[in-house]
Design a protein around this ligand. Structure first.
Ligand SMILES: *Cc1c(COP(=O)(O)O)cnc(C)c1O
Length: 471
């Protein structure tokens, strides 16, 4: 094509003002805002100009593209004003998947959040005296009940996440002093939470004792000196040390701390209020166990096994917790009323022992028979509707994830999907790009959809997504 005819094609392109005056685009401007509409129009005309320059478009093609401009502008605007944060179906079998938002909230938590967030509330207002109150009261009273601490006054405060809880606790109780930690507990929790680094930022000095696999109570005892402010125990949330190992019990640490008048702090990682042995998971410590053993302060996450919102909880001796709360950092890492609402509702479910209302606990307790039944139903349905897909029901294992109970798995059932037309990667991508994105797991070149982490109400969506990929 000659340069002259390209120039002619350029002349066909409407000016931005002209485009914006047309009625369809005017309507878009009212719906999506003037600025966004101008931007989308300009981008589309630029695209077209580039295509004329690079490709040999004929006049008919250019005219057709110009006629379709309002429609294209609408599509682009819909894309740019759509939410980026979207719900997805977690078919990975990882219950607390940090990249997928960890614990889903209960219906009661959502209702309470809506009610509290859309109106004014007594978040820091004492309704009986009419004076300023403290936001802690809303959940501290519930933790006191749940941690079953009749013989001890335990208070709880809430911060942004457990990383903040550890940082704040170390800064408030041990700045410029030594904190004794076993070399077997200098953990990294992913996303740059490393105990030595957090310690450095807190202003406390890490005093390592013992070895990677064995630390004795005498190692702690020998390390205690003038500058010692705390003994820290860190839960090995995401790894295990097996073989020739030794670690003092919490009771021994507490006794040593008492002897020297040094508080014992424990970073539990995933705090647990529900005895997971009921779901056949062992090795994950309960918050109440640490409190009962006499640990002075424990920190844990709200959105791991607790099944609530993202939060860091600090529970312990009232005087120490008060000291932590009066630290200026507390104000920097405190949380909004929505978190208190979600947490309060979640804790009330524990008090009522209504465990099935908390999605994480419900998923953990679903039986293999239930999962088998659902999987067979889906496979049967697709066997009829989608002959191009081969679906097998396979036994697999779900994991807790999110830095809890390393090595603990739950027997589960998955749909193993095989397509004659699509590679496993293409299947995975197709599922991710479905209107309700589905995140599956690739294992031995098979696409697995683990049903333990999928709410039964979403089975129909999984069927529809697989049907859409098989045509
Ligand atoms: C998960 C975890 C943390 C970090 O908790 P977040 O709530 O993710 O900030 C800290 N310590 C331990 C031992 C953990 O398992």
């Amino acid at each position: 094509m000659t340069a002259a005819s390209k120039a002619e094609l350029f002349r066909l392109l409407p000016a931005i003002d002209e485009l914006l005056r047309c009625e369809e685009v005017q309507t878009l401007s009212q719906r999506f805002g003037h600025t966004a509409t101008v931007e989308a129009s300009r981008q589309l005309i630029d695209d077209l100009r580039r295509k004329i320059t690079d490709d040999s478009l004929d006049e008919a093609t250019v005219k057709a593209a110009i006629d379709r401009l309002p429609e294209a502008i609408e599509q682009r605007l819909q894309g740019s004003v759509a939410y980026s944060l979207r719900p997805v179906i977690n078919a990975t079998g990882v219950l607390l998947h940090t990249n997928l938002g960890r614990a889903p909230l209960s219906q009661a938590a959502l209702q309470h959040v809506t009610e509290i967030a859309q109106s004014y509330s007594n978040i820091e207002f004492d309704l009986s005296t009419g004076e300023r109150g403290k936001r802690d009261v809303h959940v501290s009273r519930l933790f006191a009940k749940l941690l079953n601490t009749d013989d001890r006054e335990v208070s709880t405060i809430v911060v942004n996440n457990n990383a903040a809880a550890v940082l704040l606790t170390l800064n408030a109780l041990a700045e410029d002093g030594d904190v004794i930690v076993s070399r077997g507990e200098l953990v990294e929790i992913g996303g740059s939470f490393r105990i030595p680094d957090v310690m450095a930022k807190s202003g406390a000095v890490l005093r390592e004792v013992g070895t990677t696999n064995r630390t004795r109570i005498s190692d702690y005892d020998r390390a205690i000196g003038e500058r010692t402010k705390l003994i820290l125990r860190v839960h090995r949330s995401n790894f295990q040390i097996v073989g020739f190992t030794e670690q003092p019990s919490l009771e021994e640490l507490v006794a040593l701390g008492r002897k020297h008048k040094i508080p014992v702090v424990e970073d539990l990682g995933s705090g647990e209020l529900f005895d997971l042995r009921q779901a056949r998971v062992s090795g994950e410590p309960m918050i109440s166990g640490s409190v009962r053993a006499g640990v002075n302060v424990v920190t844990y996450s709200g959105d791991k096994l607790l099944g609530g919102p993202q939060a860091g909880l600090i529970s312990g001796d009232a005087d120490l917790v008060a000291k932590i709360r009066s630290n200026p950092l507390f104000r920097a890492v405190r949380v909004d009323k929505m978190f208190y609402a979600a947490l309060e509702a979640t804790l009330l479910a524990y008090i009522r022992e209504d465990y099935d209302s908390i999605p994480t606990l419900r998923m953990m307790r679903v039986t293999e028979e239930d999962l088998q039944h659902r999987a067979e139903h889906i496979a049967r349905h697709l066997g009829i509707s989608s002959p191009h897909l081969e679906i097998d029901v396979v036994a697999t294992h779900s994991v807790l994830g999110g830095g809890s109970a390393p090595g603990a798995t739950l027997p589960s059932r998955a749909l193993a999907v095989h397509s004659g037309d699509l590679s496993p990667e293409e299947l995975m991508r197709g599922l991710r790009q479905y209107e309700m994105p589905i995140i599956a797991r690739l294992e031995d070149d098979r696409v697995l959809l683990d049903l333990r982490t999928v709410e039964p109400g979403l089975d129909a969506t999984i069927i529809a997504a697989l049907e859409s990929l098989s045509h």
